[in-house]
Design a protein around this ligand. Structure first.
Ligand SMILES: Nc1nc2c(ncn2[C@@H]2O[C@H](COP(=O)(O)OP(=O)(O)OP(=O)(O)O)[C@@H](O)[C@H]2O)c(=O)[nH]1
Ligand SMILES: [Mg+2]
Length: 216
């Protein structure tokens, strides 16, 4: 039986996918950057982790990388103030962004962080996707919507994650996910670093994104 070009192409991409997904995320911390001029520019794709201060960005990163302390976690909001780059499997970067919306820092500091995030978003052609986090006990803010609009306008894929789900009772988890999905018009992944909820689903989405980008 003749094998069509389409079948060959599919089996090739399946193999590529397998070769990525069968490996773990091997992560290397590259550096913390306060200025966009310092960040690595080697054309490897970048996936940013964004959301309000204290939403659980650094914790999520440690969880999916299977490491406890690679990204700094703190109960004091505003821990991550720089762009933190992690090289994954030598293939792509995760960029842990400073959290936004934390009121208890000086106006100057808020402006500086905001500018760093804005600069990063406007001047990073390597950005291929974003993991956007929302705390399950909070409503999305204007900043969350602004970010979503910005990503939508540039057709950058978003993986919406609802964090700290261990704080909700089992029965409320599905309701919360549906509420977020309706409000933001996006699929959402429920997540908890305490119970491991959502870890495999998120890793799968990230691997799909990287594979799609490579096969383009
Ligand atoms: N219960 C619970 N706590 C969590 C979870 N994820 C994060 N936390 C806690 O939330 C706090 C903030 O976590 P971080 O990972 O530092 O949050 P962040 O978004 O990186 O914060 P900034 O860097 O300040 O923007 C810490 O006390 C974490 O232990 C979770 O899934 N469940
Ligand atoms: Mg952080």
């Amino acid at each position: 039986m003749a094998v069509g070009a389409e079948t060959l192409a599919r089996s090739y991409s399946d193999k590529r996918r397998l070769s990525i997904s069968s490996r773990k995320f091997e992560a290397k911390f590259v550096g913390s950057f306060f200025d966009l001029k310092q960040v690595p520019r080697d054309r490897r794709p970048q996936i940013a982790i964004a959301g309000r201060s204290n939403v659980g960005k650094s914790s999520l990163l440690n969880q999916i990388l299977g490491q406890k302390k690679l990204a700094k976690v703190s109960s004091t909001p505003g821990k991550t103030r720089s762009l933190n780059f992690f090289l994954i499997n030598d293939q792509f970067y995760f960029v842990d962004l400073p959290g936004y919306g934390y009121a208890k820092v000086s106006k100057q500091m808020r402006q500086d962080w905001g500018k760093l995030i804005e600069d990063y978003l406007n001047k990073s052609p390597e950005l291929i996707g974003m993991v956007l986090l929302l705390d399950c006990r909070r409503e999305p803010t204007g900043e969350d919507f602004t970010l979503l609009e910005w990503l939508g306008a540039r057709e950058i894929p978003v993986m919406m994650v609802v964090t700290k789900m261990d704080k909700l009772s089992r029965g409320k988890i599905n309701d919360k996910v549906r509420q977020v999905e309706t409000e933001l018009e996006l699929p959402a992944i429920p997540f908890s670093v305490k119970t491991g909820l959502g870890k495999q689903e998120l890793i799968g989405s990230i691997l799909d994104l990287v594979t799609d980008h490579r096969n383009r």
